[in-house]
Design a protein around this ligand. Sequence first.
Ligand code: 4AD
Ligand code: MG
Length: 465
Amino acid sequence: RIELKKLFDRSSDFIGNEVVVKGWVRSVRKSKKFSFIVLNDGSSQDLLQIVADADIENYEALSTMLTGTCVSITGKVVESQGKNQTIEMQAVTGEIIGAVDESYPLQKKGTSLEHLRDIAHLRVRTNLFGAVFRVRHALAMATHNFFNEKGFFYLNSPIITAVDGEGAGEMFNVSTLDKQNPAKNDKGEVDFTKDYFGKDVSLCVTGQLEGECHALGLGKVYTFGPTFRSENSNTKRHLAEFWMIEPEVAFADLDDVADLAADYIKYMIDYAFTNCRKELEFLYKMPFTDVDASHFETLAAVRDGEFKKITYTEAIDILNASGQKFEFPTNWGDELQTEHEKYLTDVHFKSPVTVTDYPKTCKAFYMKQNDDGKTVRAMDVLVPGIGELIGGSQREEDLDKLTKRMDEMGMEKEGYWWYLELRKFGSAPHSGFGLGFERAIMYITGMSNIRDVIAFPRTPGNCDF
Ligand code: 4AD
Ligand code: MG
């Protein structure tokens, strides 16, 4: 069996040869003397057009296949007469692997994205989702290549955890134990597996704290895994389960990781351009995306340009001088809301912008405190169309300052004993950031809803698959 990707990438090697292809029927057009079958096997953006003459073996079955049928076809690869494809196939014989009936839900063109979300088990067979998931794969590979080339070590941080790494109280609890009335097993013993062996634990919101441990031993590490947030945000940019890439670098300051973040984003753009050209061309044409073909130039400019960098204080000044009416206030100390971030990226700068030195009240406990006593060495990388793509900071490496801040914030320090010990045993300046993988995919593909760039989205109230 030859995959369509290989067939189209190396078409001249195959012209004149007989090969076997396997995949799912996109459409069959039947006429008296022959039929056209369009086949998709998921490997490429190109679909194969197959011509089946009426005199071939099994013609009746092949010419009446419904959309969605899984089929194996043997045929000769020939140069295409049509102008949209380089090659097509002249069928010799074929065999149905898996039939479908009329209830197959992907018959009609123009099915809405909402409807396709309800059939997430099948939507990957469409051109749109095939493209999205091939790009997602490519960006994952780009991530590993980028950090590997720079000498980072890949850390698999735990998913089940006892501490809240962001201190924001947005964790999903894993425990189900009712302390008064605990679940019992067959022998009448308390079933501790219901409660993580008697301990109160949750799903991680970040791998950062473990990343810091390993950075202060291996030097440069990155995580790439699922993270979970129980925030009840029903937006196009929030998931309850999303993937995050979190590099952490010993001896680095905020400027160092801001440069790293810009290089990483540029690398992903370049990688997608090189490896997913056809997917991006297809996506930018689709009405589902927020962009058009000019997105190639827009992203190329980001890849080739410098990232703008401003402080939070400067951002507030820009917003207040804009004359724009915002829903949320923009006094110094207020959180930057999506509308503010969008103004900065989409209207003011028309490019990505890194905002640094936020008020400490807007940010997590672990960030390095500036000498002004008011701000922290934080950064958010904002990008057009999305808003916040990256959040990061230099970490507070001073034990006294860190514990004082945790006390101020009313945090229970006990569970963080190991994290605090990093500041006792050979502490060092270090910095890192987290990039929301799905938001990066949205940015590069132009897809407008985060639910459409992850295979089986988890959002408030949704866990059907
Ligand atoms: O800004 P956040 O919360 O930062 C952290 O988790 C740090 N521990 C990162 C670090 O310094 N190592 O999240 C980082 C990024 C955000 O900028 C956003 O892109 C993404 O993760 N993100 C989400 N993506 C989808 N759905 C959600 N609910 C998200 N919450 C954050
Ligand atoms: Mg953030």
